[in-house]
Design a protein. Sequence first.
Length: 262
Amino acid sequence: MRPWSQNSNIDIRKWLISAICALVLPYSNAFAAETQTLVLNDTNEAPFTTEAGDGFLDIIAREAFHRANLGLKLEQLPPERGLLSANNGLMDGDLSRIAGLEKVYPNLVRVPEKLVDWHFVAFTRKPDLHHASWAMLQPLTIGYIKGWKIYEQNLKQHPQVITVDSPEQLFAMLDKGRIDVALYARSMGQALVQNMGMQNVRIIEPSLAEREMYIYLHRKHADKAPAIAAALRDIKHEGLYTQVCHSKLAPYKAETTQCRVK
């Protein structure tokens, strides 16, 4: 029998590699085809979401989508435009909105597991304002971000309202004294005040409202909602949710009640 030459050994290795690739590639390509990436609008800021993608909800939502065999990409549009884009199917959904929006935006489907709690509060530099309530705001000049439905709904008759497109604009107006009160979410406002180096800004306690926030998907993705909800529940039961929440809110000395799993 003729002994194998070095070239023959090389030919065998090439054949083995080709054979392995022929077996593996169809499965890897099938897996890639099954992993769909959804693009959601994101109205959050640090410590919930960040440009680096390492915020509390960046991590939790991405993990939930991964467990549901989905990819997740977040984009930031102004809140009102982002909501309309999600409802019209130009985006695949919205990361965090209050319950009940599906009644007004019928193309949106709510993922039936809470993503996070938001505490809606009033920030001010005025030392004489105490005990926040919707009625207390009546004589004041207030500002909030356009598209935040809870403020739109509760301040329809308010005579002195200024709406802006971004939280940075909102708190810059507060810093310059153009508004008496800035209405925003507690943890994100605390982080923004710290990041902007603002002085003598405080929250008027208590919260004006506390709401559970949910992921919304366009109805073409309604079949994916149960799997995302199940993944969120698992993440909470495993303790990952609370662990990540505390680690991301702690640097801003933010209220951690939203870290509780209910």
